[in-house]
Design a protein around this ligand. Sequence first.
Ligand code: MLT
Length: 275
Amino acid sequence: MSEVSEVRENSRQLTLVLLHGFPLDSRMWEDALCELGTEVSAFAPDLPGFGSSPPLPNQDEHNASMADYVEAIRAMIESHGITEPFVLGGLSMGGYMALEFAGRYPEKVSRLILCDTKTEADAPAARQLRLRMAEKLIRAAATPSSCNPIVDPRTAIAETMLPKLLSPKTVDRHREIVDRVATMVLGTDMLAIATAQRAMAHRRDTRDVIQNATYPIDCIVGEDDELTSPDLMQGIVNAAALGRLIIISEAGHLPPMEQPKRFADALRKCLTSEQ
Ligand code: MLT
């Protein structure tokens, strides 16, 4: 988990909260936050069940909702002493949660930074895929490993997701990034993945959050992102009263890991923006 601290701008203090993607953890922000150095830092928690965070309180992997995550995130933010409105950023799943958070607590948000994410709910086929994956994980988690004939579903998840998460350029040139992403996926608790999958499967359309926002909305996206393309994110910007798109070259769905310096520059631009 990254440290809490502030961005100082014109003697005002801003706090940046960053929510990570699926099925990863807060380590995905590490390189970009390092690039920002002491100039900017952020509170980047492991979301409930991921990394070193405990599961959702009363976790029910069958019925958790985005609202449950938002309440847990709100509690984490409060317990870190963040009381003033803050800049809220999220990547992909973290973006879905950031949007749900902003819809519920608009008064707490001074700016939204949406990275490689979307506002639409799942189409029925995508929802079914998520629910099937969640069932497999719940079954595998309930089977003792000593008598487990089931192949660890996280291996299949890593194999299927990795080529979609990373730009082909990253896969060709940066095996170490491929390995780090795979390590995170394979190390994530199976019930945490199942719980988040089910919550995402049932998430609502959040276009109203963009339309109603009175604060600036920055969108950052990798140019090679095939899950949430620059065109898709341009749609969010078009719907926002105060929107802007920043495209990160030579990155796919995970610009903070693939191009940490460019991503840090983009964050800096958002945080020091007049808009
Ligand atoms: C992510 O990167 O967080 C995922 O692509 C989100 C999703 O599965 O929709």
